[in-house]
Design a protein around this ligand. Structure first.
Ligand code: GLN
Length: 487
């Protein structure tokens, strides 16, 4: 019998339904792991032990009364970027170290209404800016596969918690790869839906035209279950789109036979570590053996993804983060001399180095005289990148490749060189620039570290990505591999 902490959401759901264990028992088991084996990972900023036990007991009562919701009694963790009523919401920053949110993000409200039990808020890069979780004010998260290594970022706490069996599923956000990259580096499944699929209301903004909420789980079926609850129109988010939400679990069983998979040649160029290349090629061969066809497609503007992103994202962040001024909420410097001193020191002391770098870059590219040369230019290139994808999707159903160029790197390895850090997202950023759904799933090991397979589909094709991932997981066991110390 699989231990409770290693079971998927789907398995836990049936265990709860059959009365094999209660939500309180399950919650106690996981809270003990979080405080025990999991403590050294620094995956949590806040653990909500008491609150979780109250919610679990309420879920057990609801079940006894015949009122169990879709996620009744199932444990989850929220990235600390999502506002949760009466709970500290830090966004990984000193700026919001003591901020208690007065309301629930729509995503939080929807999951809770379905009966999910929130165990805590996960650690993350400050304001979701980073690829290694090292920019968090609360310290780096460690990768359960090797504690000297990064779990990726910015949703690194969520990914590490799921990989280590502290929780079966967690929420995350992805602006340039922050769900998929940590999923790849920790052997978990990460899904970033189409832009507009999941409400951004109550999710602290980084770059509003790129930010999208999603999930990190251990199986595609679990991602399907959660997305079905989270997705859908929200009148409180003007970029949320009113498109019907399919039953994502319904189509998982459809075979991949006949599915056209596009391969981008540049994805396999020298930038990709050879051990990752062989794992990804093998995964593609598995899908081909299942009846999918592989075709080469061209994304001619791929090289411009990273530079375009690092103009657009900082520009939007410089605008979004201007609200943190020490006046209305957030960190306030002590004993200011005057108003200017209050602004300068509150922001100077409240924000970390990477956030400041982004704000300065963003302010620069938006300033009069540089706007046309940088920001406007980047917006045009962004359109070309989106057009490339649209052209490719006229020929194929899904594009597949590696999620990251290398497996997990050592903590401290890239902190002195922002450009090498930024290059981690070379394969993931395109989907954000074009607003496309994408996911990463475990597909092998390189140097005893996990490798992720990256799938990107046309707008609103989450069901297809999940189906493909699920069918792959029926044939392979990579997603079941666990770090030894957390088995
Ligand atoms: N690593 C990228 C960045 O630093 C993406 C972050 C994200 O997706 N939130 O901006």
């Amino acid at each position: 019998m699989t231990a409770l902490h290693r079971r998927s959401l789907v398995e836990l759901k049936s265990g709860l339904a059959s009365g094999e264990f209660s939500s309180v028992e399950l919650t106690e088991t996981l809270l003990a792991r979080i405080a025990g084996e999991g403590a050294g990972l620094n995956a949590f900023i806040t653990v909500l032990a008491d609150q979780a036990l109250v919610a679990a007991s309420a879920a057990d009562d609801a079940r006894a009364a015949g009122k169990a919701g879709v996620l009744n009694g199932l444990p989850i963790v929220h990235k600390d970027i999502f506002c949760m009523r009466d709970v500290r919401t830090t966004c990984g920053s000193r700026m919001l170290e003591n901020f208690v949110a007065p309301y629930d993000a729509t995503l939080v409200a929807r999951l809770s209404a379905a009966g999910a039990v929130v165990l805590g808020k996960s650690n993350m890069d400050e304001f979701a800016m980073g690829s290694s979780n090292e920019t968090s004010y609360f310290g780096p998260v460690r990768n359960p596969w090797d504690l000297e290594r990064s779990p990726g970022g910015s949703s690194g706490g969520s990914a590490a918690a799921v990989a280590a069996g502290l929780v079966p599923a967690a929420t995350g956000t992805d602006t340039g790869g922050s769900i998929r990259q940590p999923a790849a580096l920790t052997n978990t499944v990460g899904l970033k839906p189409t832009y507009g699929r999941v409400s951004r209301y109550g999710m602290i903004a980084f770059a509003s035209s790129l930010d999208q909420a999603g999930v990190i789980t251990r199986s595609a079926a679990d991602a399907a279950l959660l997305l079905g609850v989270m997705a859908g129109f929200d009148e409180r988010d003007s970029t949320s789109v009113d498109v019907p939400v399919p039953d994502y679990s319904d189509t998982l069983a459809t075979p991949v036979k006949g599915l056209r998979i596009g391969i981008v040649r540049q994805h396999f160029d020298e930038g990709l570590e050879s051990s990752c290349r062989s794992a990804v090629r093998e995964a593609l061969a598995t899908l081909e053996a299942q009846g999918a066809t592989l075709t080469e497609v061209d994304l001619p503007n791929l090289d411009y993804c990273v530079p375009t992103y690092y103009v657009v994202a900082p520009a939007e962040c410089s605008s979004n983060l201007s609200r943190f001024d020490g006046v209305r909420f957030g960190y306030r410097a002590e004993d200011p001399r005057d108003l200017l001193d209050l602004y300068c020191r509150s922001r100077g002391e409240g924000f970390g180095a990477e956030v400041k770098r982004r704000i300065m870059t963003g302010t620069y590219v938006l300033s009069a005289g540089y706007y046309d040369a940088y920001y406007l230019q980047a917006q045009k290139v962004r359109q070309l990148i989106a057009d490339d994808f649209a052209r490719a999707f006229a020929e194929v159903d899904v594009i597949a490749g590696p999620t990251t160029p290398t497996p997990a790197f050592k903590l401290g390895d890239k902190t002195d060189d922002p450009i090498t850090m930024y290059l981690n997202d070379i394969y993931t950023i395109g989907a954000n620039l074009a607003g496309l759904p994408a996911m990463s799933l475990p597909c092998g090991m390189a140097r005893q570290l996990p490798v992720g397979l990256h799938l990107v589909g046309p707008h609103w094709s989450e069901a297809r990505l999940l189906q493909l991932a699920h069918q792959y997981q029926l044939q392979t066991d990579w997603h079941l591999a666990t770090p030894e110390a957390y088995a």
